[in-house]
Design a protein around this ligand. Structure first.
Ligand code: HEC
Length: 182
């Protein structure tokens, strides 16, 4: 082998080795598995908004377009689903009562005050106990200003979604959207 040919072969072998290493990185349970893509606000589909007058917030529900296109009634949500719930404060009057627009909907203040996410990937969920495991889903919360993942206990996310929605692939609004009558 000539020296350049040897170097080229070496470079290819190294690249393949690095790729193989990245692929065999073992899954470990935890929020670190979920990242909020930098362009999520521009790219994700806002499929519904939920008014929560009880908490004086509006919840904007987004999902990545690949999963949105693959949603099917009666089916588990597709692998690769990343649902993002971004909350806004509702406008209130001087007495602190929520204001409503002409359609009776709450009126959002511009900024997001909380961002929560759930993501489903093949093989995820391994390592959680039966009282916590949500199929192949992971949960995470993000700083609403920076989009950086926030360190927070997530037990309640698993418990509530498990108890209320085990038969709906642990999903609330995404499942309901996929199964609504059209
Ligand atoms: C007490 C029950 C409860 C807890 C705890 C909870 N959720 Fe939810 N979650 C809901 C409900 C109910 C909805 C639907 C929206 C609504 O009605 O507010 C929802 C919706 C969502 C959604 C939007 C997608 C969907 O299925 O509607 C995401 C993402 C989400 N939750 C993530 C989280 C994360 C992350 C945590 C923990 C930090 C968490 N949830 C804790 C009940 C809960």
């Amino acid at each position: 082998m000539t020296r350049p040919a040897f170097l080229a072969a070496f470079a290819v072998a190294t690249a393949l080795g690095t790729a193989a290493l990245a692929q065999t990185q073992p899954y470990a349970p935890g929020a670190h598995n979920i990242a909020l893509p930098a362009d999520w606000q521009a790219r994700f589909i806002r499929y519904t908004t939920v008014d929560r007058p009880d908490r004086k917030i509006i919840r904007n529900m987004y999902v990545n377009p690949e999963a949105f296109a693959a949603l099917q009634a009666g089916q588990p949500l597709p692998y690769g689903t990343l649902a993002v719930m971004a909350d806004q404060r509702a406008r209130v009057d001087a007495a602190g009562e929520v204001l409503r627009d002409g359609n009776g909907r709450l009126i959002p203040e511009p900024a997001f005050i909380a961002i929560a996410a759930q993501q489903k990937e093949r093989g995820w969920g391994e390592g959680y106990g039966p009282d916590q495991r949500n199929g192949e889903w992971e949960y995470a919360v993000f700083d609403p200003r920076t989009g950086a993942r926030a360190e927070r206990p997530l037990n309640a996310c698993f418990t509530c979604h498990l108890q209320a929605r085990a038969q709906q692939d642990f999903s609330f609004s995404t499942w309901d959207y996929a199964n609504r009558s059209r």
